[in-house]
Design a protein around this ligand. Structure first.
Ligand code: URA
Length: 440
């Protein structure tokens, strides 16, 4: 294989064979193709796309670049959830233990935040002692004993994706539906799962800004799951405004705990229940309403919260920091609110700007090497549809000195307030599923 021949073929709209793709990705993993040729092929794919057969070969090549975790020794069905990335999305932290409390095992390999979007791993690291890098043998053990485990990506899982993602990030080739789909699915299929539920975000704060784009991404993801024999369901959910009322690592952990205490914001609770219902349907074959009732009962009884505490302890964290509304989590020294410039109804609340404000405070990272500050972030007092009076606090910054001025400006721009009533937003935008497994 000569990389230049593949680049020219894709540039001119030809199909690449499975063998060519496999050889190319083996060479990428071995580091024997120069970055400029890898980048050129990625750009050709961004413009020309990949058909189903090419996409399957590309995903398999990335999957084979590392190990597929063998979970056959763990009894019961194993179902994971993956979100395509958003602002204020702390759902994995409530969902994994809640679903585990209902008897479906959740082996989760989660990501770190990048740019304006947050990452589950950064959030969990705000719990003192919590280990996100643990040997695969221990990952398996916690999954057996507790039922839920959440770790960060390891060198063994789809290493080709690390290389490709780093190049895509700096060559303007992130926004390609087949490349996003292969990147996500290669990592998820490496976890050793039986089935997968996807939360495909749509709106200003998401990669996919329109419902049509989100549906195309969901189709690509589901198609890969189907061809690899894994029942896959995708829920499309709104990411026009942040999810819940907190954006920032420790703040979001506290909100996830609130949800597991049977409280918390309605949207975080609802999305957790909707995704959990799909996971129980796939993992235990329950009917929709039965699955939902079980999840609600585990919220009310506190069984989901007990699972979270058990998972935190098993992963080296101190569960006591989560008591009393997360009183032991890191706290920022400064709090400053932005005030409504006028009265009226909140018409829009730009999730991307809120995410950027949190990032400037230190809650997120611009490059993968930046360190995050677990304590800082933003608490929203008002969301779309709320009535406000001039001077009311709209949002409060929890910060140190870093970035406060710029974050305040971004938050002021994020809110649009007008006199007219605001159009209600639907949290759940759509549902799609593979032709294997799952229910209607
Ligand atoms: N998340 C991923 O894991 N990969 C992408 O390409 C985009 C989002």
């Amino acid at each position: 294989m000569r990389a230049v021949d593949l680049i020219k073929a894709k540039r001119d709209g030809a199909r690449l064979s499975a063998a060519e793709i496999g050889e190319f990705l083996t060479a990428v993993t071995a580091g024997t193709v120069p970055d400029y040729q890898v980048s050129a092929l990625l750009m050709a794919i961004l413009f020309r796309g990949l058909d189903d057969a090419e996409l399957t070969a590309w995903t398999e090549g990335m999957l084979r670049s590392g190990e597929v975790v063998d979970l056959s020794s763990v009894r019961g069905s194993k179902v994971d959830k993956h979100s395509t990335g958003g602002v204020g999305d702390k759902v994995s932290i409530c969902l994994a233990p809640l679903v585990a409390a209902c008897g479906v095992r959740v082996p989760m390999v989660a990501g770190r935040g990048l740019g304006h979007t947050g990452g589950t791993i950064d959030k969990l690291e705000s719990i003192a002692g919590f280990q996100v890098s643990i040997p695969i043998a221990r990952y398996r053990e916690i999954l057996s004993q507790v039922g839920a485990v959440i770790i960060g990506q390891t060198d063994q899982i789809a290493p080709a994706d690390r290389k490709l993602y780093a190049l895509r990030d700096v060559t303007g080739t992130v926004e390609s539906i087949p490349l996003i789909a292969a990147s996500i699915m290669s990592k998820k299929l490496a976890e050793g799962i039986d089935a997968l539920v996807l939360d495909v975000k749509v709106g200003q704060g998401a990669f996919m800004k329109t419902e049509a784009q989100a549906r195309r991404l969901a189709e690509a993801l589901i198609g890969i799951g189907e061809r690899m024999g894994k029942p896959t369901v995708a829920l499309l959910s709104d990411m026009e405004q942040p999810l819940g009322l907190t954006v920032g690592n420790a703040l979001e952990i506290a909100e996830a705990v609130e949800v597991l205490e049977g409280k918390g914001p309605a949207d975080v609770r609802e999305l957790t229940l909707e995704l959990g219902t799909e996971m129980l349907q796939l993992g235990r074959g329950l009917a929709h309403d039965e699955a939902r009732r079980e999840l609600e009962a585990r919220l009310t009884s506190g069984a989901g919260l007990q699972k979270l505490l058990a998972m935190v302890e098993a992963q080296g964290g101190d569960p006591k920091v989560l008591e009393n509304g997360g009183a032991g989590l890191p706290k920022a020294p400064e709090k400053m609110s932005i005030a409504a410039p006028r009265g009226g109804r909140v018409q829009s609340l730009n999730a991307e700007l809120v995410g950027q404000a949190a990032m400037l405070l230190g809650a997120g990272r611009e490059t993968l090497d930046d360190r995050v500050d677990p304590a800082v972030g933003v608490v929203l007092q008002h969301k779309i549809g709320d009535a406000v009076l001039a001077g009311d606090a709209l949002a409060t910054i929890h910060g140190r000195t870093k970035g406060i001025g710029q974050a305040m400006l971004l938050l002021e721009r994020a809110y649009r307030i007008e006199d007219r009533p605001a159009a209600a937003r639907q949290l759940m935008v759509g549902r799609m599923q593979s032709r294997i497994g799952g229910s209607q």
